[in-house]
Design a binder for this molecule. Structure first.
Ligand code: AMP
Ligand code: GLY
Length: 470
């Protein structure tokens, strides 16, 4: 099967790799084609991901049987709709269904309308004149989010990115003045974050292993919010702080959201990604993405059993998944991204690093290339985004983390990497955090219920599970 992959980062390299090893022929449309995709692609077109016309033309010329869209921008630009018009099946929702990611206000209002019980308290503000009074009425601590797409970087959290309510209000005003279509205020949730992705199509919702992403730029969860510096997954596809039934509650949110979208006349075919916070009141939704997460895709695709990945994806695109193709190995995985110095605040452009790929592979670690360009034998140039992802696997998370650290001995040059991802010390800290949160009598929410919008669902401070998987 000939398959078009739209996008040229590490997530798309992993998608291309999984397709290639299932026997598919991969062609790529992206302005930047990283060295990994470059190696495996049968054809490439350096196209902007937000230009439906040229992408469809390329797909037609290459006679692809299927298209898979990696990033969010082409979804929001209607590339899926244009490909379907040309009768090319697509993994990735239509522009209308992709609003679940591209508009945070649409997402919050949909969940409120269908009373899907996973919402923090929130308010949407469209007018700069309303900011002061709405912030005042909202209560603290809170979070400010631009309503549209910002690559995971526009979210400001009180206590981390700003301190006083006035600073938060000033940021909200700045966003609105500089053209944001709206701003969402949210109650600041306290807890452990996790990502639950699922294939969603007409025949159902098919969850993937749960993953924890590390969004902050620096070790110890310091620094600014980023696209994610790395991630881990656990052997049993749960997480150290996430029991089977808590995960099932998150999957249930995905199911109900898929139903709500269908009900609204915007059925979803693709990957639905729920970014959740496990709180004392259970899993709460931080955001949806309408695509594979990056780096989360690297954990999950590494676990996908060798087999008919192209057939699985074709099933997602055409509405009927063959469930025998949903096989993930029972192994722990850790991803660590090599990024330029200063990533997350002032990344340095153009650093050349040396990568001894055969030795990394010999250490049992896989390499996926992100925003890098080949710079001669065994060398790549980092840009200002995430550069190279190393993926280790083992039976325990901390062993997979150590494998990646060992492999980093074969990556030389000036770069930054979060070594704390998946270490025993970091996992213990997170489990202790969850244990405290889920303890009987833990405070369910720092905000009074009176600030909930009129149509918000009832508060869900139910009894939280206390099963912690060591
Ligand atoms: P988002 O793009 O909405 O996922 O936000 C990016 C990051 O900001 C999340 O991964 C969280 O770390 C943080 N964040 C977002 N919303 C909240 C919230 N309501 N409470 C606490 N942290 C949040
Ligand atoms: N890792 C978060 C994202 O893909 O948006």
């Amino acid at each position: 099967m000939r398959v078009l992959v739209v996008g040229g980062g590490a997530r798309e390299h992993a998608l291309g790799w999984a397709l290639d090893r299932s026997g598919a022929e991969v062609v790529v449309a992206s302005p930047n084609v990283n060295p990994g995709l470059d190696r495996l692609a049968k054809a490439k077109a350096r196209l902007e991901p937000t230009t439906p016309g040229p992408i469809v033309e390329f797909a037609r010329r290459e006679r692809v049987a299927l298209a898979v869209i990696g990033p969010e921008a082409p979804l929001a630009a209607g590339v899926t709709d244009a490909l379907w018009k040309a009768e090319i099946p697509v993994v990735g929702p239509t522009k209308s269904a992709a609003r679940i990611e591209s508009s945070k206000s649409f997402c919050r209002e949909l969940l409120a309308k269908y009373r899907i019980d996973a919402q923090p308290k929130f308010a949407t503000i469209a007018n700069v004149d309303e900011v002061t009074s709405r912030v005042k009425a909202f209560g603290e601590p809170f979070v400010v989010k631009p309503a549209g797409l910002t690559g995971g970087k526009g979210v400001w959290v009180q206590g981390a990115d700003f301190q006083t309510a006035e600073e938060g209000a000033a940021y909200a005003r700045k966003l609105l003045v500089s053209g944001a279509e709206g701003v969402v205020l949210e109650e600041k949730l306290e807890g452990e974050e996790f990502s639950q992705m699922a294939f969603v199509t007409d025949s159902g919702v098919y969850p993937m292993p749960a993953v924890q992403d590390f969004k902050r730029a620096l070790e110890g969860d310091l620094g600014g919010n980023t696209g994610g510096l790395g991630s881990y997954s656990q052997r049993d596809h749960l997480l150290p702080f996430l029991s089977k039934s808590l995960r099932e509650r998150a999957v249930d949110v995905l199911r109900k959201t898929a139903e709500a979208l269908r009900e609204e006349g915007s059925p979803f075919r693709g990957v639905l990604y729920g970014g959740f916070m496990l709180t004392s009141g259970g899993p709460k939704l931080l955001e949806f993405n309408a695509r594979f997460g990056d780096p989360e895709a690297l954990n999950v695709l590494t676990l996908y059993e060798e087999g008919d990945f192209d057939e699985l994806l074709l099933g997602v695109a055409t509405g009927r998944v063959d469930t025998t193709l949903l096989t993930y190995r029972l192994r722990a995985t850790v991803v660590k991204y090599v990024v330029p110095p200063g990533y997350g605040s002032a990344p340095v452009n153009g650093k050349v690093i040396t990568l001894d790929e055969p030795s990394i592979m010999d250490a049992g670690v896989r390499v996926f290339f992100g925003a890098v360009e080949a710079a001669g034998a065994g060398q790549v140039t980092l840009a200002t985004s995430r550069g190279v992802a190393l993926v280790g696997e083992a039976s325990a998370i901390h062993e997979a983390s150590k494998r990646v650290d060992d492999a980093l001995a074969f990556v030389k040059g000036e770069y930054y990497v979060r070594r704390d991802i998946g270490t025993k010390a970091d996992l213990a800290k997170r489990m202790e955090h969850a244990r405290r949160l889920l303890a009987p009598g833990a405070k369910p929410s720092p905000l009074p219920l009176s600030v909930a919008p009129p149509d918000a669902p009832p508060s869900s401070a139910g009894t939280a599970e206390q099963v912690l998987v060591p």
